[in-house]
Design a protein around this ligand. Structure first.
Ligand code: BEZ
Length: 389
């Protein structure tokens, strides 16, 4: 067959232009959309995640796989009713390449739906909503944090091992609270205990008095609580002020005392929680991370900072595999899923559903640290119920 020289020239020119445009794109910044709470009960958590993410990028010289990072920000207020509008500001208005967010499970569920619908990359740096790496799992979605089931389950294991038989639970009535309690109940009852009653109040309400009175009247062997941020500070203080800390042990997923110990003061001392991080993990990786965080921000890192830092590490792993070329989507998302993250919490991998498979630590609150007391459950993988990939 003889080729028409005009068509050949045109084809070559087109291919050269396409390759030039790909090269040009690879020199433009990667647009990262940070959707986090900057106001409300989880504001401090959002700020720590952002600091952690930016710290990792800064440690790489401000670039990932040779590309600058440009940030776009939305305060999601931990408000699910505004979540779809908020995430669309980043997807449609700012045209971000990757979404990073958020803290609140209800808001994150809306983000995951929007990310799936628009096929935007999403890295969840906190919110534990089980469905995100369960029924809603997708190649373009990964999490650097935990599923709500994980810390609930590991605390249930510990409470049952300690020999407690009758538990009461208390939390906000929303996705994270309910799923964490479910994880706790599953392990606690498998270990021979019984959850007598679950108490709830609406998010982000902190009027705990009537519920504490009920706990005092029922006298369970142990109380399991899920609260975080400012709500956790108030709950732990109210529990102690009611004198309950002297008679009924309080257990929680680690959010009850993470990033909150200074504000909780004496009321939190000696509390046992489980989580995928402990402040004083004496490893070169954690020590270096905490030093770098403290030098940069004049503040102590917490679990939220770690999750933000690791979100950036997961993105970096994906970008490295494709040399910064976002158009190689399949290779990029596959590399994100396959990476072993060298985290301050310890190395971890992601499950096929995109959730960390990680050690859950037993911690005790001492001074301003959640100190390591042992491994509660080794390499705990979320069951990823309903995930079909
Ligand atoms: C959540 O809503 O998923 C959540 C919020 C704060 C701490 C942990 C989980």
């Amino acid at each position: 067959m003889r080729l028409n020289p005009f068509v050949t020239t045109l084809a070559l020119t087109f291919s050269a232009l396409t390759s030039l445009s790909a090269q040009a794109q690879n020199t433009t910044p990667i647009k990262v959309g940070l959707m986090l709470p900057a106001t409300g009960t989880f504001a401090a958590l959002g700020s720590m995640i952002e600091s952690g993410f930016k710290l990792y990028v800064q440690e790489q010289g401000g670039k990932l796989a040779g590309r600058e990072i440009q940030y776009f920000k939305v305060d999601d207020e931990s408000e699910p009713s505004k979540a779809t509008d908020n995430v669309n500001k980043l997807i449609k208005r700012d045209n971000v390449d990757v979404l990073v967010g958020t803290v609140h499970s209800g808001v994150a569920l809306a983000m995951a739906k929007a990310a799936k619908d628009s096929n935007t990359l999403l890295i969840v740096p906190n919110a534990g909503a089980d469905a995100i790496t369960g029924a809603m799992c997708a190649p373009n979605i990964v999490r650097s944090s935990f599923s709500n089931w994980q810390p609930g389950y590991s605390t249930g294991v510990v409470a049952a091992q300690k020999g407690y038989k009758r538990a009461m639970t208390i939390t906000w009535n929303y996705t994270a609270g309910n799923e964490t309690v479910k994880g706790f109940t599953e392990a606690f009852e498998m270990g021979g205990g019984k959850v007598m009653k679950g108490l709830t109040l609406s998010f982000p309400n902190v009027e705990f008095q009537a519920l504490l009175t009920e706990i005092a009247a029922q006298k369970p062997d142990v109380v399991f609580a899920f609260f975080a941020g400012d709500g956790a500070v108030k709950f732990v203080k109210d529990y102690a002020a009611a004198g309950l800390n002297k008679s009924i042990p309080l257990f929680g997923s680690g959010f009850l005392t993470d990033g909150t110990l200074e504000a909780q003061g004496a009321a939190a001392q000696g509390l046992f929680t489980t989580l995928h991080y402990a402040d004083n993990l004496d490893t070169p990786r954690n020590n270096a991370f905490r030093k770098s965080f403290a030098l940069t921000y004049k503040a102590n890192a917490d679990v939220y900072a770690v999750q933000g830092y690791d979100a950036a590490q997961i993105l970096a792993a994906g970008l490295k595999a494709v040399n910064g070329d976002l158009s190689k989507r399949e290779a990029l998302t596959a590399a994100m899923h396959k990476t072993t993250v060298d985290s301050p919490r310890g190395k971890f991998t992601l499950s096929p559903a995109g959730n960390p498979v990680q050690d859950m630590y037993l911690r005790e609150a001492k001074g301003i640290n959640n100190e390591f007391r042992g491994v509660a459950v080794k390499a705990l993988a979320d069951p990823a119920r309903g995930c079909k990939l």
